[in-house]
Design a protein around this ligand. Structure first.
Ligand code: IFM
Length: 405
């Protein structure tokens, strides 16, 4: 049995493009129409149905909810914030507060305004300036009701898919461009961190807690050769640690936001850098159960990546952890086992503020479309009906009591 602290945050996460629907001014919308296999379309119509969805979250004993504000809605054109859209998000945040849900607000969750991507997106020298303009407008409008800010969701995942693998817009395949985008994302976070704290100070509000959502993977050598071990070391540094370390060095992070899903079984075909950085085992050596996207399910990996964070001496907040599956009993096992791993890390001295499951609703899983089902709540995309899954009810018990048997 593990007892979580009384003031622990429990809930689930979503992101605007994946649930809101009709995100027509974004680079993703344009790319879906032009080049993708799947289109987000109306998604879960959460833009209109948010109150009903938050009622469900509350009924499941959540006391916290993570969502993102869509940059391309707030700034449909360069330098011209939309008062209507800012009002919409004020209503969204108020709806959370009215239901006793603590908002955790993400400012960049993979999507960019179309005008920004047409200027070169995160490769543009002025990307930081454009992002800060959005941050200033959004934080200015929401600060009296928001304490937790996540500037950028999974920067390395974004860079990896958009600038290395080339499977997300803008579909580049260049380490040089990846490096440039990473640098701009990091400096944008650092400046945004200072800007957000400045806004709160100016308004005499208690200091906010600002971070990123860092996707961490448990990297393991498939066969423990020197080459594979070196590849694991490089990925541990390049993917898991470097970005965080940079923010810590700049004192621009108040807690560590963690997204954890899986392990990566590293098998480098050669000593070439592309192999060392990207190759994974293709020989089916993994004996672990997998989700419907073929990701290994590995709760022990959560414990391991968390222990490595102890050196930062910052509180941790699990901002995403979840499984896509057609077997809901498996979802509950997944949650339970990951919570036990989290509990172990806490017993070992890690300070953890909360746990948010990904995701509240089934939703649009980027280039993979609507097939992967991550939700605590099932969505019928034809009728937009919601159905609470059994795993959600079991998780609700933990949210209520903080107790895990
Ligand atoms: O759906 C994504 C989310 O947008 C970011 N983290 C991982 C999730 C599952 O792939």
């Amino acid at each position: 049995m593990f007892q979580f602290p009384e003031d622990f945050y429990w809930g689930a996460a979503t992101s605007a493009h994946q649930v809101e629907g009709d995100n027509t001014n974004s680079d993703w919308w344009e790319w879906e129409k032009r080049a993708a296999k799947a289109s987000s379309g109306a998604a879960c119509r959460h833009y209109d149905l948010f109150r009903q969805d938050f009622d469900l979250a509350r009924s499941l004993n959540h006391n916290c909810h993570r969502l993102s504000v869509e940059w391309s809605r707030v700034m449909p054109q360069e330098g011209r914030p939309s008062a209507d859209q800012l009002r919409h998000y004020q209503e969204v945040i108020s709806a959370l507060r009215e239901r006793g849900l603590e908002p955790v607000v993400t400012l960049h969750h993979f999507t960019n305004p179309l005008w920004f991507s047409r200027k070169g997106g995160w490769l543009n020298r002025d990307s930081e300036k454009h992002f800060l303009d959005f941050v200033e407008n959004t934080v200015g409008a929401l600060c009296d009701k928001v304490r937790f800010w996540v500037t950028i969701n999974e920067p390395m995942v974004y860079v990896y898919h958009a600038y290395i693998l080339g499977v997300w817009p803008p579909q580049e395949k260049s380490f040089l461009k990846a490096r440039c985008a990473t640098g701009n994302l990091a400096s944008s976070h650092i400046k945004a961190y200072q800007l957000i704290h400045g806004i709160y100070k100016k308004k005499n509000l208690a200091p906010p807690a600002v971070s990123i959502a860092k996707n961490l993977q448990a990297f393991e050598a498939c066969i423990p050769t020197l080459k594979n071990k070196f590849a694991v070391y490089l990925r541990e540094r390049g993917f898991n640690s470097a970005f965080l370390e940079r923010l810590v060095r700049h004192k621009a992070i108040d807690f560590i936001g963690v997204n954890y899903y899986t392990r990566s079984l590293v098998e480098a075909a050669s000593w070439q850098s592309r192999s060392l950085l990207l190759d994974t085992c293709r020989k089916g050596h993994s004996r672990l159960p997998q989700n419907t996207l073929g990701w290994d399910i590995y709760p022990e990996g959560l414990y391991r990546v968390l222990l490595r964070l102890k050196r930062f001496q910052l509180p941790v907040f699990i901002l995403e952890n979840g499984i896509c599956t057609g077997d809901d009993a498996r979802r509950w096992d997944f949650i339970r086992e990951h919570l036990l791993a989290l509990g172990r890390a806490m017993q070992d001295g890690l300070q953890v503020r909360g746990y948010l499951y990904w995701s509240l609703l089934d939703n649009f899983e980027w280039d993979k479309g609507f097939d992967p089902r991550f939700g605590l709540i099932e969505v019928d995309y034809r009728t937009q009906e919601r159905r609470v899954r059994e795993s959600a009810r079991r998780f609700a018990e933990v949210c209520k009591t903080g107790k895990l048997e």
